[in-house]
Design a protein around this ligand. Structure first.
Ligand SMILES: CC(C)(COP(=O)(O)OP(=O)(O)OC[C@H]1O[C@@H](n2cnc3c(N)ncnc32)[C@H](O)[C@@H]1OP(=O)(O)O)[C@@H](O)C(=O)NCCC(=O)NCCS
Length: 198
């Protein structure tokens, strides 16, 4: 059995390990996170470019419903891996979210509360999640769709060595918009990472 296959088998049982970057802790999602997510997530600047599967206006029990009925079951099935983001300097305060999914053409989603945006934090979390996707889970390619006008998200893809492989239209919380799918292969990711370190 290859290392990649054994990694996937291990994580197929719904295990998501804790992670860290220079400034962030990535803590596996838990039901207890519902109250903080309910407070931090439902803001227009965060949801407008998310897919319209996010209910809007956001229900009062939206976070709990999502964690209990959508995210935790997908994690338990070994199809998705979700983390809350916290600053190492303030580990009790949830400031964002990143998730990976073994879904055709839609492998990662993330958001960060506005007060913490623009400091390179999601770039750190995205790079960590790419390591997890390729090195731990052993997938051969990472694909992420995004609204073409979501400039901050596009920039993170660009900075992480990704390229656009297809364009189209998609329904977002703010309406139907041009969308792009960005991609990077495991080989490209490892080369990009090595060049960055070297
Ligand atoms: C996308 C998001 C997670 C980025 O988080 P962040 O921590 O601010 O991102 P970073 O600081 O690591 O990097 C953002 C990059 O985009 C750039 N950027 C931000 N806003 C921009 C804008 N309006 N135009 C052009 N570039 C922009 C930043 O300058 C930075 O690039 P740089 O490092 O070259 O300067 C955050 O904006 C967010 O939560 N948005 C709402 C949710 C969302 O859209 N999620 C993605 C769905 S695909």
């Amino acid at each position: 059995m290859s290392a990649a296959a054994s990694g996937r088998d291990c994580y197929h049982r719904g295990m998501t390990s804790e992670g860290q970057t220079a400034r962030l802790l990535l803590r596996p999602l838990a039901l207890e996170d519902a109250a903080q997510i309910q407070e931090v997530f439902p803001h227009w600047e965060i949801v407008r470019y998310l897919r319209n599967t996010v209910p809007w206006p956001y229900p009062l029990d939206g976070a709990r419903h999502y964690i209990e009925n959508i995210a935790l079951p997908a994690i338990a099935r070994g199809e998705e891996w979700h983390w809350t983001l916290r600053l190492k300097s303030a580990p009790d305060r949830l400031i964002g979210y990143i998730a990976l999914a073994n879904a055709e053409g839609h492998n990662r989603g993330f958001w960060l509360a506005p007060p913490w945006q623009g400091q390179g934090l999601m770039s750190e979390a995205a790079a960590w999640s790419s390591d997890f996707w390729f090195d731990v889970l052993g997938f051969p390619v990472l694909r992420v769709p995004k609204a073409a006008q979501n400039l901050a998200s596009r920039r993170i893809s660009e900075k992480n060595g990704m390229r656009i492989v297809c364009t189209g239209e998609q329904d977002y919380v703010c309406g139907r918009l041009s969308s792009e799918t960005w991609e990077i292969t495991a080989e490209e990711w490892r080369a990009w990472r090595a060049a960055r370190k070297g």
